[in-house]
Write a protein that binds this ligand. Structure first.
Ligand code: URP
Ligand code: ZN
Ligand code: ZN
Length: 456
């Protein structure tokens, strides 16, 4: 199957050119000013006035995540389909083994769960405890399975979080094997003490979620993770950075030449903690961790994105239905943490970043696609529109207008934290591995199947 995209403007991380693009058998074959092909079955798309972006890469999603409130409400099929509607064509999810389970065994189980994905995918693998075999298990994941990143949690101490000594040893093992640690930075002990204190005092509503997870609990954990990573000489990627104080430590480490990358998410750029004022039904959708912060944090994160202190934007997509959220009706500690967003990342960043004149078109491509591809070892297979790359291309109409709503989104979730947000610009075509999946908000995909990516 071949597709010829004519007259579009190709936007990559470092240049913007007017060119035609020829796709054959899932690969970009040619990029040139005026391509003409005479082939049977060729699909020709006129992209005059449109941008061609490399397909989005969301480096932080949780499909079908097991929690005490049940699985997160998107599985790999529904979540990847929603991702494609929004122009994201590659997902990096997580492998969270049970205690005692070998990393590679958990990885193989997770691969089976992800088999329904329509987009290509990979995983960050989480050592959830220290044991002497971890260095060898990490090496197997890296050398034989194409897993280059290992996720650790400093919160959630009662389940998957690591104590400091375990964290240091995991970082050393990952550094020795040549990998990268990705980390959820929140001081678990401090948060647990605050959560329990509030509950004992009868403070049980979502209002106390952000108060029990203050920005200092994130910033102190960021500082600790950076110090441990420096000691181990381990490359570090800090997920879902939400606070101004955290950025201070990240900036200092980067200035010192340490390999520290940072990710933020649309919710930390565009929403604030006023969302925790109201009744349970209004506020529970916003219970996610770290919590929403202040407008000054939003601003600091936009600045950090602009000046490359933050290199990537993920979504932390982890939706739950309201029925699931209601498990915590009388105890905010029991509200399933997380919200959906995989479908909205590109449109929100385009609308409020590019059209809002905060970031350039090239910066948009860097933070949504090229940087995640480079950081996580899938560049230049992905993250760029170039000859030989996978044909994951979004043809973007910069002039469309719409409003985000639970009524028209494709995520499997009956609330939407971006409900009512106005959008300017959206995908006209989404092409994944050389096949058209979405055209003008309609699903047109046939025989689309994602693959597990071996990263290097
Ligand atoms: O609230 C969130 N973020 N849920 C997903 C798990 C995590 O911490 O990333
Ligand atoms: Zn997290
Ligand atoms: Zn997460």
């Amino acid at each position: 199957m071949a597709i010829l995209i004519k007259n579009g403007t190709v936007v990559n991380a470092d240049e913007t050119v007017k060119a035609d693009v020829l796709i054959e058998n899932g690969i970009i074959r040619q990029i040139a000013p005026d391509i003409s092909v005479d082939a049977a079955g060729l699909t020709v798309i006129d992209a005059y006035g449109k941008y061609l972006f490399p397909g989005g890469i969301d480096p932080h999603v949780h499909m079908h995540l097991p929690t005490p409130a049940g699985y997160s409400s998107d599985d790999f099929y529904s979540g990847s389909r929603a991702a494609l509607f929004g122009g994201t064509t590659t997902l990096i999810d997580f492998v969270t083994p049970h205690k005692g389970e070998k990393l590679v065994d958990a990885l193989n189980k997770r691969k089976a769960e992800a088999a329904g994905s329509l987009t290509d995918y990979s995983f960050h693998v989480s050592p959830v405890e220290w044991r002497d075999s971890i260095p060898e298990e990490v090496k197997v994941c890296l050398d034989e399975e194409g897993i280059t990143s290992f996720k650790v949690y400093m919160a959630y101490k009662d389940s998957i979080g690591l104590e400091d000594e375990a964290l240091k040893k995991v970082m050393q093992a990952v550094a020795d094997a040549g990998g990268m640690v990705t980390v959820h930075c929140e001081d678990g002990d401090r948060i647990d003490a605050l959560r329990n204190r509030f509950f004992k005092e009868g403070k049980t509503t979502p209002h106390y979620h952000p108060l029990s997870r203050p920005p200092e609990a994130e910033a102190d954990a960021v500082k600790k993770a950076i110090d441990f990573a420096a000691e181990a000489r381990c490359p570090l990627y800090i997920v879902h950075v939400s606070s101004r104080q955290s950025l201070h430590h990240i900036h200092t480490a980067q200035q010192n030449g340490q390999k520290v990358y940072a990710e933020t998410c649309p919710q930390y750029l565009l929403l604030d903690d006023s969302k925790y004022e109201g009744d349970f039904e209004q506020t529970a959708p916003f219970v996610l961790s770290p919590p929403l912060r202040k407008t000054m944090d939003n601003k600091a994160l936009w600045d950090a994105l602009e000046n490359n202190m933050v290199q990537a934007v993920g979504t932390d997509h982890c939706p739950f239905t309201m029925a699931q959220k209601r498990e915590g009706m009388n105890d905010f500690r029991k509200i399933a943490n997380g919200a959906g967003g995989v479908e909205h990342r590109m449109e929100l960043l385009y609308t409020y970043g590019v059209a809002g004149q905060k970031i350039s078109l090239n910066r948009f491509v860097q933070i949504t696609s090229a940087n995640p591809a480079k950081i996580f070892g899938i560049y230049p297979q992905k993250g760029i529109i170039a000859q030989g790359a996978d044909a994951d291309i979004v043809i973007w109409n910069p002039d469309t207008e719409k409003t985000i709503s639970t009524q028209n989104h494709h995520m499997h979730c009956d609330s939407d934290i971006f409900e009512g947000f106005k959008i300017t610009g959206s995908p006209e075509y989404v092409i994944v591995n050389g096949k058209i999946a979405v055209h003008n908000e309609k699903w047109v995909g046939k025989n689309i199947k994602g693959r597990f990516l071996f990263r290097k």
